[in-house]
Design a protein around this ligand. Structure first.
Ligand SMILES: [Zn+2]
Ligand SMILES: [Zn+2]
Length: 68
């Protein structure tokens, strides 16, 4: 699979990740790794796990999420 964003620039770059939102393959330049805090039910409340997980997004979805 090649990077979807590079494809638009007529460049063939191997994808190293898949966007979690749109499913596009992205290369290391177009991939954005974001921490994702996980929660778990603990008794009557919600506890936050001490370590954040990771999710990968493409340029487009990163911009959309940040409101830019
Ligand atoms: Zn790319
Ligand atoms: Zn995306």
């Amino acid at each position: 699979m090649n990077c979807f964003d590079c494809q638009g620039l007529d460049i063939a770059t191997a994808a190293v990740a898949v966007c979690r939102i749109c499913g596009a393959g992205v290369c290391h330049r177009h991939a954005h790794a974001q921490p994702q805090v996980l929660h778990q039910l603990a008794g009557t409340g919600l506890a936050t796990r001490p370590r954040a997980a990771r999710r990968m997004l493409c340029d487009t979805c990163t911009a959309a999420e940040s409101g830019g």
